[in-house]
Write a protein that binds this ligand. Sequence first.
Ligand code: NDP
Length: 246
Amino acid sequence: MTQRTALVTGGTGGIGTAIVRYLAKQGHRVATNFRDEAKAQVWQKAMADDGIQVCLVHGDVADHKSCEALIEGIHHKCGAIDILVNNAGITRDTTFHKMTYQQWMDVVNTNLNACFNVTRPVIEDMRTRKWGRIVQISSINGQKGQYGQANYAAAKAGMHGFTISLAQENARFGITVNTVSPGYVATDMVMAVPEEVREKIVAQIPVGRLGKPEEIAHAVAFFTTDEASWITGANLAINGGHYMGW
Ligand code: NDP
C-alpha cells in the first residue's frame, strides 16, 4: 500500500480518533487540528502510548484564515495532503422558533463552511498531483431532518451538495469525493443527549444499538483506497438501518 498523508479534522473527537487510528494503522502519515493545546497533548500522548504518531497543528475549521495556516503547517510538518476527511462538527440543538443567529451560524460555520475553509487550500495541490481522496462526515439527520436540528440538518445536507459538485469538478484529476452519513454513534456528542431520548433513538434502530466509531472509520478508510477510485459522489449511510432512504 502506498503511504499517504491524511488530514482528519476533529481527529481528537470520538469518530475522529477512530479514523485517525484506522488510517495510521494502515501506514499513512496522519495529521489533525487542535484548538486547546493542553487537551491535545494529553490526546497525543495517549495515541503515542498506543504506537500511533499523529501530527498536530493548531486550527479552527470555522475560521478561514486559521485553516490556511493549518494546511500550511501540515504541509510543512508532514507533506502535501493526499487524503482529507472533513470530520469536525458540532451541534447546537433547539427548535427553530427559539434558535439564535449564533446557534445557526456556529453550526453552519463548523460543519459546512469548514468544508470550504479546509478543502480550498488543499484541492489545488491534489489536482496538480492527480490523486486525492476527500470524505465528508455528514449525518443521518442531513438525510432525514431532525426535530430541534434545523441548523445541523441544513449544514449536513449541504455537505453532500458540496461532495457531489466537487466530485464532478475533480473526477478527471484522480480525486474522488464522497460522503459518509453516520447514524447515532456512541461518542460524547450522542452521550450528551439525555438518556431517555437516547433510549427512544435506539428503539428506532433495527440493529438495536448505537454505532461504534470504528464502524465509521472502516468505511472512511475504504473510500481512501486506490481500489475505490471509481466511487465518487457517493453518500454512504451507516446507521444500523435507522434510515434507508437517499
Ligand atoms: P465529537 O464531539 O466527539 O468530536 C468533534 C471534534 O470536532 C472534536 O475533535 C472537536 O475539537 C472538533 N471541532 C469542533 N469544532 C471545531 C472547530 N471549530 N475547529 C476545529 N475542530 C473542531 O464528535 P463526534 O466524533 O461524535 O462527531 C464527528 C463528526 O461526525 C461530526 O461532524 C458529527 O457531526 C458527525 N456525526 C456524529 C454522529 C454521532 O452520533 N456521534 C452522528 C452523525 C454524524 P475540540 O476538542 O477542540 O472541540
